[in-house]
Design a protein around this ligand. Sequence first.
Ligand code: NAP
Length: 251
Amino acid sequence: MRLKDKVALVTGGSRGIGRGIAEIFAEEGAHVAVNYTANAKAAEEVADWVRGTGRRAMTVKADVANRGEVEAMVEKVWSELGPIDILVNNAGIETIVPFLDLTDEQWTRLTDVNLRGNWLCSQVYCRRAVAAQRKGSIVNIGSIQAAKVLPGRTHYAPTKLGLEALTRNMSAEVTPLGIRVNCVHPGLIETDMTDWVMKSPDILPLVLAQISLGRAGQPREVGSVVAFFASDEASYLTGQSVHVDGGWEGK
Ligand code: NAP
């Protein structure tokens, strides 16, 4: 019960790593707002799962790259579930496009969601929390690609490395106001995003051979580290980034 009666907003909580975070948070005692952008049914399933643990839950649709929708999301969660104690910036997208083929639109949409969206949700949450004189915690979900080159990711990788700098710089400004900010970089985690890797008989063995634990991770294995960062057990940790990647070599 490391998060007993805390109110958490998990962006992209409807599937994959976000769902794993929501599940662990509920088991640790938190009430959870599950954000999604398209998949309402999946978000409702996660909210039902949370309610099954005895905690309160709600779903909230918003594109994290849209300021109006993010402001409405934070207000809705604040009034329906209670003042937000924890924001997890997990929503993200990945496309794989060779550098020479990448279009302006592809660059802009991906960086908008993965980097600006993270900054936007954080700013809207922090303004609300500071105005209400509430303390809190933010955990950003980066990627192993902050430290590793994979083909076709000249747009994706910079957003994830950028989150490290965003984490450090936000931490410097809002930790003195009572809000700690940290970042978790997952390695290969089994989700819809990585389904094609998990099903590739050519690529999967090459990837697993580089991972000390010799397997992909599960969303809940990321969730438990995020819960630690969000909890009072991490009360002296801020501005930090940690890799949860099973020991992926060559970083
Ligand atoms: P996923 O299975 O594709 O799920 C993505 C989630 O983000 C869904 O809940 C989706 O909502 C939501 N989302 C996407 N765009 C959004 C937007 N504009 N606004 C609000 N929500 C949005 O992805 P995942 O594998 O769980 O990845 C989660 C995070 O971890 C991402 O930031 C990703 O970059 C990062 N990551 C993943 C891995 C991995 O191996 N899986 C490794 C490193 C980092 P809908 O359900 O409504 O579509």
